[in-house]
Design a protein around this ligand. Sequence first.
Ligand code: ADP
Length: 495
Amino acid sequence: MDNLAPPKPGARPASSFVYDKAFVNGEWVAASSGKTFEVVNPANGKVIGSVPDMDATDTERAIKVAYKAFQSWKETTAKERSTLLRKWANLVNENIEELSKLLTSEMGKPLAEAKGEITYGGGFLELFAEECKRVEGDIIQTPVKSRRLLVLKQPIGVSGMITPWNFPNAMITRKAGAAIAAGCTVVLKPAEDTPYSALALCDLAKEAGIPAGVLNVVTSSRNNAGQVGKTICESPLVTKMSFTGSTAVGKLLLQQCASTVKKVSLELGGNAPFIVFESADVDAAVQGVMGAKFRCSGQTCVCANRIFVHESIYDEFVQKMAVVVEKDLKLGDGIDPGTTQGPLINKKAVEKIEAHVQDAVSKGAKVVCGGKSKGGNFFEPTILTEVTNEMRCSREEIFGPIAGIIRFKTEEEVVGLANATSSGLAGYFYSRDFSQIWRVAERLESGLVGVNEGVISTPDAPFGGWKESGLGSEGGRYGIEEYLEIKYVCMGGLQ
Ligand code: ADP
C-alpha cells in the first residue's frame, strides 16, 4: 500500500481497511490453525499483507454462527433490513476513493475501473435495500369456497458464497446484498487473490449496524479452497449456495451440493460472441468492442471472446480498431493515472495468453498489434486477424487482452457460429437493421445481449448465463428471488 496517494482530508486511508483477520460473528478472527497466507499486488509482486488461511473447522464454526444469526435475522422486517442495507451502501459510496485504491492494489485493474466497480457494487446494496420491501406473496383464486390459498415468500436460510478475484467488491454485494435483503445470513469465501475488498465490506457492514453473524467472511488460500467449499456445499445447515468463477469449479460445487439438495446459483465462464453486421455503425462498433474486450484487461466472464465482422467491413473495422488500441490503451500499474490496462492477475494467466497467441499464429492468424508479454504480469493489448473457429482463442474463454477477429458472410452463418458453444453468458452485436436486431437478439443463446452496446451490466438488470454458463440470475428484482423459498398456505374450514 506504500505507493498510494494520501486520502482526502477526513477520509479513512485505504490502509485502514487492510485487515489481517477474517470476519466471523462480527469479530475479526484468526484461523484456528493459526495459519496465514500472503496477498500480493499483481502489478509489482509486493506483499500487501497476510490473512488467515482458514479450513473446514473454521468454516463449520462460521456456518453455525450464521445459522444462529438466521433465527433472529429472518424475523426482522423488510424496512429494518432496508435501512441497514441503505446505510451500508452509503458507507461504500463515502469510501469510494480508498476502497478503489485497495481494490486496485490487490487485483490490478486501473483505478478508474476500480471506482466504477465500487459504484456498481454499492449500487447492488442500494438496489436490494429497495427490492427487499417489494418481496410480495400472492392470494390465489380458490376453487373451494371454504378455503383461501396464500403464497408466502420466505428467506431460504444460511447462504454459502464463493466469489472470484476479477470483481472483488461487486460479486460480493451482488450476492450478499440480495441474501441479506431477503432475510438470509451469509458465509462467504472470497478469492485468495483479493480478500481485502471482502474484509473492507465487512468493516463497513459492521459500521452500518448489520448484526453480528449476518455476514461472515472466511478467508483461505487456494490450497484450502477445496475444503472450505466442500464444507459449505455439504453442510445441512446451509440451504443455498451461490458461486461465481470457472465452469470447472462450478460443476464440482454443483455435485457437492447434490448431497443436501441445495438451491444453487452459478455464474460461470462465457465465450461471448461480438458480431458486427454489414449495416453497423463501424465507429460505434469499434468503441463498443474496446469496452467489451479490453475492460479489466479482458478478465471478465462477459468479455467479447470471439469478434465476428462481416467480410464487407472487415478491413475497415480492423484498421480503425488498431488505431484506437494504439492511441487509447496504456499498459501500466493501475494506480498510475492514465493507465487503462493493468496487469493480469498472475503469471499463470500470462502464460495462458501467450499460449493462445502461439496457437492462433501457428494456425494462420496474423498479429496486427501487441502479441507479447511485457514482463511481470503485463501483456500487451493484442489484435489477431484471420482467426478461425478452430483456434483455442475461439473455443476457450480467453480471459485476457486478445481480440481475435473472425470473418463471416451471412447472418445465418454467424448466428450458428455464435451459438456453437456450450457457454451462453453474454452476446453482443452491432446492426442498424431493425428486423435483424429483433431476430438476432432473440436467436442468440445467451442470458445477456448487448445491442449496439459493449458494456451492459447494471445492478438493475438480471445477470445470468444459459447452458453451461450458469444457473439462476443475479441483480435486479430477480436476484432476490434466489434467496427466497415459496410456501403455499391453505386456510380451510372457513364458514
Ligand atoms: P480462477 O481460475 O479464475 O481463479 P476459480 O473458479 O478457480 O477461477 O476461482 C473462483 C473462486 O473459486 C475462488 O474464490 C477460488 O478460491 C474458488 N475455488 C477454487 N477451487 C475451488 C474448489 N475446489 N472448491 C471451492 N472453491 C474453489
